[in-house]
Design a protein around this ligand. Sequence first.
Ligand code: COI
Length: 356
Amino acid sequence: MSNIRIELTANPKQKPQGPLHFGRYFTDHMFLMNYDKGEGWHDARIVPYGPFPLDPAAMCLHYGQEVFEGMKAYLTPDGTIQLFRPDENFKRLNCSNERICIPQVDEELCLEGLKKLIEIDKDWMPTEKETSLYIRPFIIATDAHLGVSPGEHYLFAVIVSPVAAYYETGLDPVKIYVEKSYTRAVKGGTGMAKTGGNYAASLIAQVEAYEEGFSQALWLDGVEKKYVEEVGTMNVFFVVDDEVITPALNGSILSGITRKSSIDILKSWGVKVTERRIAIDEIVEFHKQGRLKEMFGTGTAAVISPVGMLRYDGHDMPIGDGTTGALTQKLYDALTGIQWGTAEDTFGWTVPCCKL
Ligand code: COI
């Protein structure tokens, strides 16, 4: 057991009363650690949630040296609060760290601090259907220094937010707009890392998609603008005839943990799942031929989100009958069954944290 200092708040906050809009409310505590060159990561502590001092010259503010993760804690029917594949998140955090020149973290210590934090803030666990605690670990470079170089000082933090569904439409199918002009990421860039810059680069397309009445933009590859990549907040899957196709991880797509879990679940049912390069023209063709049966996105925040409509090059492609497809629904039920503990976790993905 490592040494994590704990300071409890003297002023617990009011819990939110109304709908749990995604990422608006935060629990009473946060888990922090500092890194200083020569000393490594140190001073792991759980302290009251609140602003932390940051020098205006802090490098993360100027050059975006930061990484983050997204994970969730779920309440099961027997009152256990459990995490879903947290080891995968901390492993991916270290992959992002490597790309953004941030020192590696001790994955076990991160998990231990996270479990402790959830236990301390467990009365923030929402109990309504389809709600959870969204967990946001992140690391920022804090050096007060305007030269462009990797930092020598970092802050690791984990904050926690009670949430309901990510999209305003809840679990109803979302409308997705295929982005033709802007680029999110290219191979060799940072697309496979979970770093804020990727999301900043995506905002303009998201704003334009919203203006057209769509929920998100679907990115194409940055070189030929031909191959489907991801939706920024989700990986994407197409059900074509009886096969499920998803873009292969190519260096510019995020390696989603929900993506990976969905592939494993589908394969365990004997469904053919193919990870490959998919041209958007193929999708248009499949749609014309009536072979594009379903489309869905996967992500920690988005869970399994059915896509009801895809717009490409001014053409609207309604998917199926616009409602959630049968395979999408079955996958949603299977995955969330494991996460919320209403189905047996035959994969061994869940990690108990504490009792409510
Ligand atoms: C997640 O699904 O956890 C994400 O990080 C996506 C997003 C809300 C930025």
